[in-house]
Ligand binder design. Structure first.
Ligand SMILES: [Mg+2]
Length: 261
């Protein structure tokens, strides 16, 4: 299996920019989906390719995820020097020294009220679970059969919006999230762009919320959709194994340019 020719041509152009940012979603993009999110890990080949890229002059790698920042840091297993964007753009950590406070006391009260309202509903569906996040809650239905998941989805959505109509609702694969802030992964990319000033960006992601990043890309950037769902990205690959090959290719192409520090 190799990188498709049109994507390879785009990567070859991409690596020639002086400063490049390679930003990636984590779950379903670097890491295969697993039932227990705490056990998700990047494919070894993807992790190796990122370590390779991290060492190259003019290259910044970063992760943009819906996970809470803490959870993303743990699952990605990178030391503090890899910039991380968590909670769909709300939490940003450029390096180990700075973690931006995500929310204030009033927001925390809204999150607690939301949690109290939804927990009894979720308890009626044993295989569903609630994930508490810094700015909201996510209701996971990956292990619930489709009809029951649909019923629970509608029930929690109605209850959440009845409680707090200002909530932001984010639909994902087998998850619906209610947040007291309306940040998107596109905001996360804009924060990374402002901080690192890349000449070009590569982003890959697999879920609906990644479309906000694809929408924030510029004409010379490279957007790669993982999986078969509809997308506005220009390129598409099948799975995390294919992303690992893409990242390996980017590293090899960049090294072949012999750009010095
Ligand atoms: Mg994902």
């Amino acid at each position: 299996m190799t990188v498709p020719p049109d994507l390879l041509a785009a990567l070859t152009r991409f690596v020639e920019y002086e400063r490049i940012l390679i930003a990636l979603d984590f779950d379903g993009t670097l890491a295969p989906e697993v039932d227990d999110p705490a056990r998700a890990r990047a494919l070894p080949a993807a992790h190796e390719a990122l370590l390779c890229l991290r060492e190259l002059p003019g290259v910044t790698i970063a992760l943009i995820s819906g996970r809470a920042l803490e959870s993303l840091a743990a699952a990605s297993e990178f030391s503090g020097d890899v910039p991380l964007v968590g909670s769909h753009g709300l939490e940003v950590r450029f390096d180990a020294r700075d973690a931006h406070p995500a929310i204030d006391a009033a927001d925390r009260d809204r999150v607690r009220a939301l949690q109290s309202r939804l927990e009894p509903l979720i308890a009626t569906t044993p295989a569903a679970w609630l994930e508490l996040k810094p700015a909201g809650v996510a209701v996971h239905t990956r292990l619930v059969d489709a009809p029951a998941a649909s019923v629970l989805h509608d029930a929690v959505t109605a209850a959440a919006l009845e409680l707090d109509e200002a909530l932001t609702v984010r639909e994902g694969k087998n998850v619906v999230e209610f947040s007291v802030r309306d940040a998107t992964k596109g905001d996360g990319l804009r924060a990374l762009r402002a901080r690192f000033g890349p000449n070009a960006v590569l982003f890959a992601g697999d879920d609906v919320t990644d479309e906000d990043v694809f929408a924030a890309l510029e004409p010379h950037d490279v957007g790669i959709k993982v999986g078969a769902a509809a997308t506005r990205a220009d390129y598409r690959v099948a799975d995390p194994a294919a992303i690992a090959r893409v990242l390996h290719s980017v590293c090899t192409l960049r090294q072949s340019l012999g750009i010095a520090q």
